[in-house]
Design a protein around this ligand. Structure first.
Ligand code: FMN
Length: 364
């Protein structure tokens, strides 16, 4: 049924402007009575950040920016959903067109710029489903014109901790000018100190809310040393590695289209994202777990992500080219690997290739 849905929906969606197609995909999830994916095999279950995930395959931030369809996404088989990025106040983002599909490369470029309905609207939706079950995290960002960006993150933690299973501090979107400068050591240290302090302050009412840091795959290794050091000393609960890249790999088939400004995601991001994930994994030394995102579009790339250091994985662009059936494809492939190796969980695969990935030539 899901495969039939994909086969019918994809040509239609790909005939539309990419942003219109995205809007229609969200509407389809909201209104089409898709069958539930069914219970996951127990061997896919995993406990991370003190939360029990039925399977390790999540949907990355940016698909459901305003928490319109988290329960539909859980229903079609995701193990967790990250809504957002949300900003405190509503904002329109950059002018259209701002979303581009690189079909020949199976990549996406976006410069949406945190288009968000704002925290009031999203809070209302998340509060209404707070007891629905399933793991729903929220990804938070600052308004473009905020006079004090750190204060925006603090305010959002305070407001959302009670209705989200985890909160992701996103300082890695390339489309809000200056945002990624918050990855610089002094700023990051101040940000994380205040964010963790806010989380502790609201914990008596909101409960324990894991705080994750989402980074760019474009950090230098020197920057990454600083970022991981600060994340460890400020005791974040995990990191997401990572966001889209502003770089353009040398071997793109559509280099002209790739000149569009914005962050590149999808298959052309896989090698770089895996490298930065592995580099992060060896620096974190198992102090906290990592979520791997960037370029997953198959069972093989999902397993490579886990072997590079991810305890959980997230997909977005792969869905554009493979449809919702990608979720089942990944789970089937992961289970086949467990069968083949006579293993009962994915734990032993996490980071198994991290050392060898970091020894490879830098991805070009
Ligand atoms: C259209 C689009 C919008 C995105 N919006 C966000 C966002 O709001 N916040 C965020 O942290 N990441 C955002 N991302 C990045 C994704 O969450 C993910 O980190 C990245 O796309 C790499 O995964 P992928 O190759 O599977 O797409 C967006 C990605 C795309 C393609």
């Amino acid at each position: 049924m899901i495969r039939l849905f994909d086969r019918l929906a994809r040509p239609l969606l790909h005939a539309l402007d990419p942003e219109d197609a995205h809007g229609l995909a969200v509407k389809m999830l909201k209104f089409a009575p898709l069958p539930p994916a069914g219970r996951d095999d127990k061997r896919l279950a995993t406990r991370v950040f003190g939360l029990n995930f039925p399977n390790p395959v999540g949907i990355a931030a940016g698909f459901d920016k305003n928490a319109e369809v988290p329960d539909a996404l859980l229903r079609v088989g995701f193990g967790f959903v990250e809504v957002g990025t949300i900003t405190p106040l509503p904002q329109a983002g950059n002018p259209r067109p701002r979303l581009f599909r690189l079909d020949a490369d199976q990549g996406v470029i976006n410069r949406l710029g945190f288009n968000s309905e704002g925290s009031d609207a999203v809070l209302k939706r998340l509060a209404a489903r707070a007891n629905a079950g399933g793991i729903v995290g929220i990804n938070i960002g600052a308004n473009k014109d905020a006079p004090d960006r750190i204060a925006d993150y603090v305010r959002l933690i305070e407001r959302f901790a009670a209705v989200a299973n985890y909160v992701t501090v996103n300082i890695s979107s390339p489309n809000t000018p200056g945002l990624r400068n918050m990855q610089q050591a002094a700023v990051l240290d101040d940000l994380l100190a205040r964010v963790i302090d806010a989380r502790e302050r609201v914990a008596p009412n909101a409960g324990p809310t894991p705080v994750l840091l989402k980074i760019a795959p474009d950090l230098t290794l020197g920057d990454l040393d600083d970022v991981v050091g600060i994340a460890r000393s400020r005791r974040v609960d995990g990191m997401i590695v990572g966001n889209t890249t502003v770089t353009r790999p040398a071997n793109l088939r559509q280099p002209e289209k790739a000149k569009q400004a914005g962050g590149l995601s999808g298959r052309p991001l896989l090698a770089l994202a895996n490298r930065i994930l592995a580099e992060t994994y060896v620096r974190v030394e198992d102090v906290f777990p990592l979520i791997g995102a960037g370029g997953i579009d198959s069972g093989a790339s999902a397993l490579a992500k886990i072997r590079s250091g991810a305890s959980l994985i997230q997909v977005y662009s792969g869905l554009v080219f493979r449809g919702i059936g990608l979720i089942a494809d990944i789970k089937t492939a992961l289970l086949a690997t467990l069968e083949r190796d006579r293993q009962s969980s994915l734990a032993d695969y996490v980071g198994a290739d991290a050392a060898s990935v970091t020894a490879e030539p830098w991805p070009s």
